[in-house]
Design a protein around this ligand. Sequence first.
Ligand code: GLU
Length: 549
Amino acid sequence: MNYKDLAELIFPGVKDIEYYEKKYPRRNLPEGAVVTRFAPSPTGVMHIGGLYQALAAIEVAKKTGGIFFLRIEDTDQKREIENGVSDIVKSLQDFDMKPDEGQISETEEIGNYGPYKQSKRKEIYQAYAKYLLKQGKAYPCFATAEELDIMRQKQEAAKVRTGYYGVWATYRNLSIEEAAERINKGDSYIIRFKSPGREDRKIKHKDLIKGNVDFPENDQDIVIIKADGLPTYHFAHAVDDHLMGTTHVIRSDEWLSSVPLHLQLFLELGFKPPKYAHISPIMKNDNGNKRKLSKRKDPEAAVSYYIELGIPSLAVKEYLLNIANSNFENWRKQNKDADISEFDFQLNKMSVSGALFDMVKLLDISKIVISKMTAEEVYNKAVKWAEVYDKKLLELLQTNKQYTLKVLSIERGNQKPRKDIAKWSDLKYNIEYMYDDEFEKIKTNYELQKINDKNKIKQILEIYLQKYFNINDDKQTWFNKIKELSGEFGYAKEVKEFKENPEKYEAHVGDVSTVIRIALTGRTNTPDMYEIMQVLGKDIVIKRLKEFI
Ligand code: GLU
């Protein structure tokens, strides 16, 4: 009996790897084109760190005219959650990060290198395991859980590295005959890789993010095929990324220490290894301490959080690029209207120690992103969000679409657009006073400001209505009239004048505007009041001011 016979005994009828090598030919891509993938396990809700990795992978593929694909790593079926795959697919869709190939729904996929769900690739992994078995580079291991446990205890007592290696790898030296006998007897077993490595030798690895790293060689005989016939992550990674033609493996740095093993697997399987880029986790400042964003502690760790708040996906991506490449911010300043795909994203500019997440900064970016949208875009995106998350807002938006578009057009499309909206969940607050029914509910929520004498306020508004208000005035005339009105009350007509002689004046033109603004909107802060009046129209302006008086 030889290795080949043993391989046949273990995997009878499993195809030769030539079949798969032919079925999945090397990709015919232009020089320099990079193939990347996002390879999550459907074991929990999508994490912002996952989105960050996927974004980096997309950016690199896109800028080289390459391919980005989505592979579902569902070999740990015990840990799989319900709708895990749909959640991943949907998250990528929500962020406009659809893969070129791979899983596109719970059950469907596109592309010629599938199946893209690992649980559907069982016979492929077995073919490659058989290939290793035939060469004596893998072997069946019959160790029971108890045996492994005792081994570990012995290793701990002897203060040596734990694991299945060297002299501890009991079944590595089992004869082919003995192995065959146990298999025929029905003993259960798994398949291990026979590592040719030595711990006292070093390997050099050049990571695209972490730079040069030295590791001891791998000498662990890791499991490649588990008792359920499915592969371990390590083995599936080597087989899949080889067959799928991945050139750049961009993944979390929790895998960095596995690089020696992975390089060894590629070598022993006769594959060309990919380039690796290990991304550091996104960090959070927790009372002065930097720690990883945690699924358990931080709601903002879940991608769904941003969707639920109604932060536009573009803002989230723009923010992630900001923390990924520190030169993004400067690029954005110089290329205000450019699409993010024009940015020259670089893996080697990513932080080695972990980028710091800052919600305030994200919301600031979001305000800018929304400020650049047309009223129509704001309308459509807000409606889409409100359909799921806020029926009241939906009603407000849809009852009079043309009017709403006018409301949303206030201070938009000009040099200094309004930047008061950071997320769709803010929108109701930001526009409700423009709707009379809503205004009725909120109009008493104001606090008087500098000019707070009720009689004065009454007089100001009365005189404004009698003498100055004319809906047909242009903006300059309108403003000049408010200055005139301020003068009538002995207030400074110019803020500058007030600042120069603060003792001379009780208030200035801005304070008079605030009186009108509060009467008109119930707010002390709004976008441009002239535009607000134009949209509200003459009758509503008069009605609101009179009611206030
Ligand atoms: N399924 C692995 C994970 O979610 C993928 C790592 C990789 O990208 O290779 O961590």
